[in-house]
Design a protein around this ligand. Sequence first.
Ligand code: NAD
Length: 313
Amino acid sequence: MNATPDFRFDGRVAIVTGAGRGLGRAHALLLAERGAKVVVNDLGGTKEGDGSDSGPANDVVQEITAAGGVAVADTNNVGTEAGCHALVEGAVGAFGRIDIVVNNAGISRFATFPEADAENLERTLDVHLRGTWHTTRAAWPYMVEQGYGRVITTTSTGMFGLADNLAYATAKGALIGFTRSLAVEAASHGILVNCIAPNAITRPSTAAGKPNITTRQLDEARIQAMQTGLVSPMVAYLAHEDCKVNGEILVAGAHRFARWLLAVTPGYRSPGAEVPTVEEIAEHWDEINDESGYYVPANLHDWASTFMAHLNA
Ligand code: NAD
């Protein structure tokens, strides 16, 4: 017998952006299956973010309602502030509240330097970073008023270093700063903010000619192990009222769930009162980089307390 009671979302309202396809669809289906009323947002454009199509959002709503769930479609563009506000107001209009915001919508405009131009950067930031910012900000007053909320942002392991999609990695990096900082602000309001780093086969990862995971490189078993639904249980956990995690980044995909740490090595402490020389840095490079005994700051306040201890030593 399962000792953990079912994680249900009855009475909860969730917005999932970019839920017409890929990971967002899987998140929306799981939340709806568990009783949440879901706003299925999707602009329905290409993976580069061009065009629009109401089909994907409507299809997912049909899928949810056919399975006995409750959902409405929303085709607002989260790449604009007005679109994010309209999405949130539409959700409140449809269901009267907002408990969960899953910021998932994303585009991928492959380009490295210097081909990645201002348009590439701005369009990528618009959807990933500003979309998350404005949607969360529009939902915030509702969550603060009810003293409850769950916000999930979506980063990427591309953050580890992704040369051919520079604007994307830049936006995903910014989302980590957003998540961790908003989490500090959120806690006193009963709101938790966490970040997911998914791995699954979807449109962007099947882009022809791109150095990504493609279906051509994987056998059937591995393709099955990279289905979007294998990410969603972590998203649903982070979205649940029993979850107490805040400001964390979780990696999910292919049956693995892991914590992504932001850590600092103990480092090298220059002994004298003099300004350390450049040569001293070179001489102690191994010590600076030694990962043993690394420290994982919970937030800046936590970091500052260890910094003060270092300063006073
Ligand atoms: P996807 O292209 O299959 O789905 C993204 C959805 O977002 C699409 O349906 C698209 O129409 C929608 N969308 C795009 N721009 C929008 C906008 N302005 N307004 C509303 N909807 C919009 O891609 P996916 O792989 O499912 O990606 C989902 C998220 O996960 C993205 O943020 C992506 O960067 C992230 N991610 C995915 C992977 C992976 O392995 N698939 C890895 C790391 C991060």
